[in-house]
Every structure is written in C-alpha cells, then in structure tokens.
Design a protein around this ligand. Structure first.
Ligand code: 13P
Length: 244
C-alpha cells in the first residue's frame, strides 16, 4: 500500500482553511482503500483536526525528545500522540538547514518518537547514506518497520517549475538507500522499510513517478494545500497497487 503524506509546513495561515482542506480530503478518503493518507499540519491545528480524522492519519512535522529537562517551546512525542498523531516527520531538510538540526539531534528525536510508539517519517537529502547511518545509529532492526525513509533532496523542494529528480536517478537512490539499510540491519529488515520520495510532486508528474520509479509513497508539500490537487495524487496512488 502506498503511503502518501501531506506536509503542510507553516500553512495554511488560518484554522478555518486547514479544516476546509482536511474535510474535503476526508470526504473522499473513505473510498480509497489502497493508499494510506497522512496529513501533517502545524502543531496548533492538530487538536481540531484530530476530532474528525476518521480514516485519515495525522502526523507532526517535528517533535523534541522526551526527557526530564525543561525544553522551552518544544512539543514532545507523547503530546503528539495524545492529540491523535500516529506519525512524525523528522530530519526534514528545512529543519536541518534553517534550524541547524544535526544528525545527532535527529537521531535522539527518532529514538524518542519510536519509544513513544509514533511511526517516523525520516527525511534524508543530498547525502542519504551518511544521514541514514548517523540518523539511525543505535536503533534496533525490530522497530525499523515503523520508519519510512524519505529521499528528499533540498534542491528538488518547491521548484515551482515542476522540474524534479529524474526517475532514473530516483531508482538509483532507492537502491542506494536499500543497500545502506541492508548493511546496517539485515536484508529482511530492509525489505520491510518503505522508501518514499518528496520534492515538487504534483498531480502532473505523479503518473510518471508511479510508472517509472518504484517508490513506496510520496511526501507532498505545496500540492497538498489544495484538496483537489492532493486528491488527484492520492487517487493515482490508490489505483497503482504495485508496492513492496
Ligand atoms: P514541495 O512538494 O512543495 O516541493 O515540498 C516537498 C517537501 O518539502 C515535503 O516535505
């Protein structure tokens, strides 16, 4: 089953708009049985959307680690869970770039999120092998099926031109990521981990991505802020059952 994740980032600007997008997607989502849809809104919208989530899954876009020290401004994995989130995005390139998140910090967050029972959407970018090695350090193979790896190079995000990484390169990166996982864990474990793509995915390029790459899902930014555009992507993925 394909995993399709909406990363709304710091959008939409008001709650009413967030509810409108969410409800339109929800209305249609009930009929789409071959795809898992996760909406990751800004933290503040989670409680409102959580009330009416039905088949849609919710996720956070980041979290801190659990701990006994005070962490001003942070949201912990258990807080996310208590508002109905089942997933959390960690290691997004925008957090690495603008908030100076290091591999060590991301690793700590991943461990804490998994311990709390959240599924992790772990983003890697320009240097996937190294980021995987450091980000997943010390994590047991047994919990790895709870992690999806997103290949999302910074240069492919929000290009506005619809230009994105070419399918041949994506196939190559998927193999590279699988090999890195095989090396770190085992072949069996690596086969249970979804490898997905993010970066300017839209309702136009999704057909090619589905046909010419074997990605297990997609992480969508801009195009997920329009329910009609997002639903088109989800519907294509729903029809395309080929998966790992
Ligand atoms: P865009 O789909 O807007 O390029 O964003 C990709 C992204 O960063 C999703 O996490």
């Amino acid at each position: 089953m394909k995993l399709v994740i909406a990363n709304w980032k710091n959008n939409p600007k008001i709650l009413a708009q967030a509810k409108r997008i969410f409800l339109s997607v929800k209305k249609r989502a009930g009929q789409l049985k071959n795809v898992e849809i996760v909406i990751c809104p800004p933290f503040l919208y989670l409680p409102e959307l959580s009330i009416s989530r039905s088949r849609l899954k919710l996720g956070g876009q980041d979290c801190s680690w659990e701990g006994s020290i005070p962490l001003t401004g942070e949201v912990t994995p258990s807080m996310l869970k208590s508002f109905g989130a089942e997933y959390v995005i960690l290691g997004h390139s925008e957090r690495r770039r603008y908030f100076q998140e290091t591999d060590a910090v991301i690793n700590r967050k991943i461990k804490s999120a998994l311990k709390t029972g959240l599924k992790v959407i772990f983003c890697v970018g320009e240097d996937p092998r190294n980021q995987i090695k450091k980000g997943l350090k010390g994590i047991r193979g047994g919990v790895m099926p709870q992690v999806a790896i997103v290949y999302e190079p910074l240069s492919a995000i929000s290009t506005q031109k619809g230009s994105l990484v070419v399918p041949a390169e994506l196939r190559q990166k998927k193999t590279l990521i699988q090999n890195a996982l095989k090396q770190m864990f085992s072949r069996t474990v690596s086969q249970k981990i979804k490898i997905i793509y993010g970066g300017s995915v839209d309702e136009k390029n999704i057909k090619t991505l589905l046909k010419e790459t074997e990605m297990d899902g997609f992480l969508i930014g801009q195009a997920s802020l329009s329910s009609s555009r997002f639903l088109k992507i989800v519907q294509f993925c729903n029809r395309n059952r080929r998966t790992t």
